[in-house]
Design a protein around this ligand. Structure first.
Ligand SMILES: NC(=O)c1ccc[n+]([C@@H]2O[C@H](COP(=O)([O-])OP(=O)(O)OC[C@H]3O[C@@H](n4cnc5c(N)ncnc54)[C@H](OP(=O)(O)O)[C@@H]3O)[C@@H](O)[C@H]2O)c1
Length: 260
């Protein structure tokens, strides 16, 4: 897709991967719809990138998503590209997790991606064009100890991508999944205690910057790619997980976190 002049909606645009993705799409000539809860950060970014509109919303709340979508359609029209990137979630062992924490871990990104996608998809399918992009995690392919709700939500997101692809075949609306390894954003500062639970085996995968993820995401959108993983070592690791899931699962478990 040529993104110049297109409307691109980015969730989680107030920080990290989402903010850099908005900057990268703006450089490519797109008009941005910026979504997250922190309105001040969205307004600051909109002023920086130029052609951008802000739509503050808590994406864990389906009614707020519907209201946001109505506002977007009335202001900039139905987006050509939706980037489902907003995400959070503490890494906790299953037996440390309360039911409320489990609900929060599923709310954003998994349920939020479903809410945002379905709020616009009917219009995109009727128009016969568009792209849904989902930012996922290696935890969508490999489970490790101490990240129960986070991992379950990312496997859910992977299922959402597969089911969307099946439903959208032949409609003109494509689906792209981006799977970065560790990213030098504020994610781990925003979700304290999680970074310490990264399995030691992951140290063989270089950390990437939010800018690198944003460039890969915009390239994948332009080229109508189905999936992009980065960096190269992450691609190799996902290849190993696909070819030999029991070996990668064992490695991530024995090098993973232990209960204190
Ligand atoms: N960092 C990594 O190592 C890494 C690796 C692989 C995948 N990812 C995934 O990449 C995505 C972006 O993460 P990041 O690294 O850029 O982290 P980040 O800097 O913490 O950004 C998270 C973004 O999500 C938004 N958000 C969180 N809860 C929200 C809610 N209820 N409603 C609306 N927006 C919400 C935040 O905005 P507000 O607080 O303003 O709402 C923020 O803009 C996440 O889905 C994460 O799982 C991250």
């Amino acid at each position: 897709m040529d993104v110049r002049g297109k409307v691109v909606l980015v969730t989680g645009a107030s920080s990290g991967i989402g903010a850099e993705t908005a900057r990268e799409f703006a450089r490519a000539g797109a008009t941005l719809a910026l979504v997250a809860r922190n309105e001040l950060k969205l307004r600051t970014l909109a002023a920086e990138v130029g052609k951008a509109h802000v739509f503050p919303a808590d994406l864990g709340d389906p009614a707020a998503v519907t209201a946001m979508a109505d506002h977007v359609k009335a202001t900039v029209g139905v987006p050509d590209v939706i980037v489902n990137n907003a995400g959070a979630g503490l890494w906790l062992f299953a037996d440390e997790t309360t039911p409320e924490q489990f609900r929060e871990q599923a709310a954003v990104p998994y349920l939020a991606a479903g809410y945002v996608t379905t709020a616009f998809l009917g219009d995109m399918v009727r128009r016969g064009s568009g792209r849904i992009v989902v930012v996922n995690s290696p935890a969508s392919r490999i489970a490790w100890p101490g990240a129960f709700g986070y991992t379950a939500a990312r496997w859910g997101l992977r299922g959402l991508v597969a089911a969307l692809r099946a439903d959208l075949r032949g409609t003109g609306v494509g689906v792209t999944e981006i799977v970065p390894g560790k990213v030098s954003s504020d994610y781990f500062a925003n979700n304290p205690g999680s970074e310490q639970r990264i399995p030691r085996i992951a140290s063989i995968i270089p950390t990437v910057s939010p800018e690198q993820v944003a460039r890969a995401l915009v390239n994948a959108t332009r080229r109508d790619r189905r999936r992009t993983a980065l960096p190269v070592m992450m691609r190799l690791m996902l290849g190993a997980a696909w070819a030999s899931p029991s070996v990668t699962s064992w490695l991530s478990t024995v090098t993973g976190a232990r209960r204190s």
